[in-house]
Design a binder for this molecule. Structure first.
Ligand code: BES
Ligand code: ZN
Length: 623
């Protein structure tokens, strides 16, 4: 169902170039209905595809606009008459095919997908050049004023393209199943540095012009750029960190184990394919913990705990250099292939670098979180608890839940436990190396499993189809025993029963993960007085660790423990990381504090990225 005859469907809303009265080429777009391609979240069709991008752009902080030229090399099959792109709120100035200006058509605006862009080509066409500017509603971009940064001296710009937001800053075939290489030349104000998901400068250029190369093919959700007053510090020969000057040393300290992590990952599943591996610490409004942009992971500053206790996030983003960036989910319905594999790989890197006891604490937190989330989701949206999702007609962001991540993780862990680590590691290594720079569907993965790993009995005992295609968490969910967590649970029990707390040397030796388990294990009926005792003993409301703060907000908000409110407010105003925002605002709503939630949101909203705003607007009924 595609290529609905443009001549018939032309709606003549703008100016209709195919109508007989309009023979002269006006270069203004036709509006016509368009169907999506194989990927329900992209208008791109498989018979005409992009292969390489040369992007020439200039970043204007005053106008909050990028003006650019996207020069696309294309390849097409015999008989192709058009090539389709995705755009969102882009102002197109002109389009040339092999140097000749052409007319083009746009589909009506769809809230999630934006617009399809149809450009007529010949079978022999080699290049499409699109001159354009980004709009005010460019959803990938966040333009920050100096006050929203760590140093408060320069503005900042960063992009977030996953899942389908690349189209709001580059006209592209925005499907994870379509890959291309790219070069870029970007001009920015002279006192700023531009960085991309590509080869990057280590120093500021006096003329404000930067050139980038990404010779490995990537899907467009991995296109990324950050522009700000950042500096670089090396961690090892091939790893390093970019941050604003005031955060640079702290960041280099926090990520000191980066090289060890890369080595551990390579030992597990084969060579790192991307050259350098660097991190950039972004301002706190970054809506995610991390984003696996190739060669340059984007990270939230909320992982700078000062004690390296939150670096599993770096292991996660690094792991994506194999799972996701090398072998990529074909569509967002197969998202668990990216994230479940990555959580599995993340735990394996953590185990290799910090030991099994440590990584099993992480796995135990993951398991508790999964069970809680799945129980909630089964009430409202049971179908989203399947590993294989059905996101057609929806925002692919709806699929970003614990399911692809943590149900995916436990599914892989179950297979590891079933066949043994040696066989499983061999299998995974071959999977990554045998499918690098390719896409993978859930169904192809299942066939690959049958052919390369599981016997019929093993396949049946894992209950593959139940894990992938059925709702909820199968009863063969692996257990994660942790003696250290068991000791913490016993302390919670005796505190609730007798009001007793252990001596300081016990709690002083706790890691962040034991604190998280402690807070998560507090029973729902804990009183505000009891919370006050814990706060007095351990200073939890004053914690500088973002994960501990966010966990602590749950029982304290539920019990209306007022001393935490000012901390909740300042946290929600300064941090834009959605993983923290959603549970904290929800806790306020559940505790009957709707007014407080809305008052805080009114102050905080201007600081949030569009991705977080979209979720919080819906949660809080914001209009
Ligand atoms: N790729 C994701 C972030 C993402 C997913 C952005 C879907 C947009 C759509 C990234 O790797 C991720 O999973 N980040 C997590 C980190 C965590 C699981 C350690 C996050 O941001 O919290
Ligand atoms: Zn991830």
């Amino acid at each position: 169902m595609r290529s609905l005859l443009p001549g018939i469907l032309c709606l003549a809303l703008v100016s209709c170039n195919t109508s007989p009265q309009n023979k002269k080429q006006t270069m203004s777009p036709t509006e016509e209905a368009m169907e999506t391609g194989q990927d329900p979240h992209s208008y791109a069709k498989s018979n005409a595809r992009v292969s390489h991008l040369n992007w020439i752009a200039s970043v204007d902080f005053e106008a909050k606009q990028i003006s650019a030229e996207a020069q696309w090399d294309i390849t097409s099959e015999a008989g192709a008459t058009d090539i389709f792109f995705d755009i969102y709120d882009l102002e197109i100035d002109s389009i040339l095919v092999d140097g000749e200006r052409v007319n083009y058509a746009l589909s009506p605006m769809d809230h999630h997908l934006g617009q399809g862009l149809r450009i007529p080509i010949k079978e022999t066409s080699k290049q499409v050049v699109i001159h354009y500017r980004t709009g005010d509603d460019a959803r990938a971009l966040q333009w920050l004023d100096p006050e929203q940064t760590a140093d408060k001296s320069h503005p900042f710009l960063f992009t977030q393209s996953q899942a389908i937001l690349a189209r709001s800053w580059v006209p592209t075939q925005d499907s994870p199943g379509i890959r291309f290489t790219y070069n870029a030349k970007v001009s920015v104000p002279k006192d700023m540095i531009a960085l991309m998901s590509a080869s990057n400068p280590m120093e500021r250029a006096d003329d404000g012009t930067y050139k980038f190369e990404m010779p490995q093919a990537i899907p467009s959700y991995l296109l990324a750029m950050a522009v700000g007053n950042v500096r670089f510090e090396a961690i090892s020969e091939r790893t390093g960190v970019y941050a604003e000057p005031s955060l640079l040393d702290t960041s280099a300290y926090e990520f000191a184990d980066l090289e060890k992590m890369v080595q551990a990952a390579e030992e597990l599943y084969g060579p790192y394919a991307w050259g350098r591996y660097d991190l950039i610490v972004l301002p706190p409004s970054f809506p995610f913990g991390g984003m696996e942009n190739p060669r340059l992971t984007f990270a939230t500053p909320t992982i700078l705990a000062g004690d390296r206790s939150l670096v599993s996030l770096v292991a996660h983003e690094l792991a994506h250099s194999w799972s996701g960036n090398l072998v990529t989910n074909a569509t967002w319905d197969d998202f668990w292939l990216n994230e479940g594999f990555t959580v599995y790989f993340e735990h394996r890197i953590m185990e290799a670098v910090y030991g099994r006891e440590y990584s099993e604490m992480l796995a135990s937190l993951t398991r508790d979180g999964l069970q809680e989330a799945a129980a909630e989701m089964l009430k409202e949206m049971p179908n989203d608890t399947k590993l294989k999702l059905d996101l057609e007609g929806r925002n692919p962001d709806d699929g970003v839940t614990s399911i692809p991540y943590d149900k995916g993780y436990f599914f892989l862990r179950l297979m590891e436990e079933t066949v043994g680590r040696e066989r499983f590691d061999e299998f995974l290594k071959n999977y990554f190396q045998g499918h690098k720079f390719e896409v993978m569907t859930t169904e192809e993965f299942i066939s690959y499993l049958k052919e390369n790993l599981l016997s019929e009995e093993e396949y049946a005992s894992v209950r593959i189809d139940e894990w992938i295609y059925e709702t909820g968490i199968p009863s063969n969910l692996p257990e994660v025993p942790s003696d250290r967590f068991a000791a913490v649970s016993a302390i919670v029990t005796s505190f609730m029963a007798e009001g007793e707390l252990p001596s300081a040397d016990v709690s002083n030796a706790w890691t962040t993960h034991e604190w998280l388990h402690f807070i998560n294990s507090l029973p729902a009926d804990i009183s505000k007085e009891q919370l006050g005792v814990l706060d007095g003993a351990y200073g939890l409301s004053a914690s500088g660790n973002s994960e501990i703060s966010a966990a602590w907000f749950q029982p304290t908000i539920a019990a209306a423990y007022e001393p935490v409110y000012s901390k909740v407010e300042s946290f929600l105003i300064s941090v834009g990381r959605r993983k923290f925002l959603t549970p904290t605002y929800r806790a306020l709503l559940d505790a009957g504090q709707e007014q407080m939630a809305k008052d805080i949101y009114a102050k905080a909203r201007p600081n949030y990225h569009a991705v977080s705003r979209e979720t919080m607007d819906a949660l809080l009924g914001w209009e």
